[in-house]
Write a protein that binds this ligand. Structure first.
Ligand SMILES: Nc1nc2c(c(=O)[nH]1)N[C@H]1C(S)=C(S)[C@@H](COP(=O)(O)O)O[C@H]1N2
Ligand SMILES: [Mo]
Length: 392
């Protein structure tokens, strides 16, 4: 007997046994019905849309197309956006688990494939589920600063987001009739189940789980909830000068070069020059309150003091629309350099910071000098600056 018909015979036998997930009427509880799936689907769609938009903003800030320009105000824009990104991504974990639990009986629909169209539909759901699970796992692992893979996190996270979006749109199109039918509360209430969970109990549990994971992590960027950030990898106020550190000077192997008394900042442009730390301290000084907002989800405000980048660029004869490339003392590492568009480079709040909260910068915060600019991801706030170059 060919394998396919053997399998079919086995499934037919299984249907006759009441334990079989293939039998008619299995999973009749209304938690596994389309109305529950629709309500969860709507919540997931809202969280996903917020997560996607904030994710795209963060991605393009770090990898802008040539024509892109970004707002520099409010200064906390990126902080809030990335906080929402990590919070909605975290909330999506219990929401997605609940949705999968609601619809998993459909894995056992029989026959497994009814038509080529049905096969395509099942394939798109398989892609949607696996890409979503992988996306959430990758994002979560990133928030705990663990990069066990050889590929670029951001590139993979970006392309996977597009795969999730595409398969989600197909899924929504296929389910449109059920969505319409189940969008509103049924007029006649369904009979309550004799045993097991009520739908209200189920949603209360999902809501509690979602609130719990979100509230215990969001404190890493939303300071009033800092005390509740039990699950957050980093907490506000913990670190040298009361500010967390992502990469220390020792990890970046810059301790010797950053403390070298012969350190000078080189500004390359039409009129290249170099200045010692003492000379930088003699230039007009400015203070700004700006957040460090790490892509991994923690953020904190601090008062930074130093020289305006715009002043340094003017002194080098840079045109006002110039892009700049900032390089650190590091000899390797992903965040060794950063590029900055003219909207940030000429903003009066963008500093080459020499001080944090009135004190000389701690070496782990970028001594002798670091970049701090408004509404920018933390990865672009280059520490231990060696050169600033006016880019072509
Ligand atoms: N040269 C250099 N600058 C860097 C980094 C780095 O690894 N090397 N890390 C960045 C990251 S990811 C963040 S979130 C901020 C953190 O700044 P802080 O350690 O002063 O809080 O520094 C950024 N600047
Ligand atoms: Mo970061």
């Amino acid at each position: 007997m060919p394998t396919a018909s053997k399998l079919r015979a086995a499934a037919e036998r299984a249907r006759e046994h009441h334990w079989s997930p293939f039998r008619d009427g299995a999973f009749s509880t209304f938690l596994h019905n389309p109305r529950t799936a629709t309500v969860l689907g709507r919540l997931i769609a809202v969280a996903f849309a917020l997560c996607l938009l904030t994710g795209l903003y963060s991605h393009f800030l770090q990898e802008p197309a040539a024509w892109m320009s970004f707002p520099t105000r409010p200064v906390w824009l990126y902080r809030v956006s990335q906080g929402v990104h990590v919070a909605t991504g975290t909330a999506l974990v219990p929401l997605l688990l609940a949705k999968l639990w609601t619809v998993y009986p459909r894995l056992f629909t029989w026959p497994a494939v009814r038509s080529p169209l049905h096969a395509l539909e099942r394939l798109s759901v398989a892609v949607l589920v696996s890409a979503s699970v992988l996306q959430l796992v990758l994002g979560f692992v990133n928030t705990v600063k663990w990069y066990p893979w050889p590929f670029s996190f951001r590139t993979v996270h970006f392309w996977l987001a597009l795969v999730v979006l595409g398969s989600l749109l197909i899924h929504i199109a296929v389910k449109l009739p059920q969505l319409r039918g189940n969008w509103c509360k049924p007029k006649r209430p369904e009979p309550a189940p004799a045993t097991g969970w009520s739908r209200r109990g189920f949603f209360a549990t999902v809501a509690a789980a979602t609130a719990a994971v979100t509230v215990t992590t969001v404190g890493q960027s939303f300071t009033p909830l800092g005390g509740l950030a039990l699950l957050a990898p980093r907490r506000p106020g913990v670190g040298p000068q009361g500010l967390p550190v992502n990469r220390t000077a020792a990890q970046a192997a810059v301790t010797a070069s950053a403390t070298d008394p012969g350190w000078k900042l080189t500004v390359r442009g039409p009129r290249t020059y170099a200045l010692s730390l003492a000379e930088l301290n003699e230039l007009p000084q400015h203070e700004v309150e700006l957040p460090i907002a790490c892509v991994e989800g923690w953020s904190q405000n601090a008062v930074w003091g130093g020289v305006r980048l715009a002043d340094l660029l003017k002194r080098a004869g840079a045109p006002s629309g110039a892009e700049v490339e900032i390089a650190s003392l590091e000899t390797d590492g992903h965040y060794r350099t950063s590029r900055m568009g003219p909207e940030f480079a000429r903003d009066p709040a963008t500093l080459l910071a020499l001080r944090l909260d009135g004190e000389t910068l701690h070496i782990d915060h970028g001594y002798p000098a670091r970049i701090i600019a408004p509404a920018r991801p933390g990865v672009l706030q280059t520490k231990w600056v060696a050169t600033i170059e006016v880019a072509g």
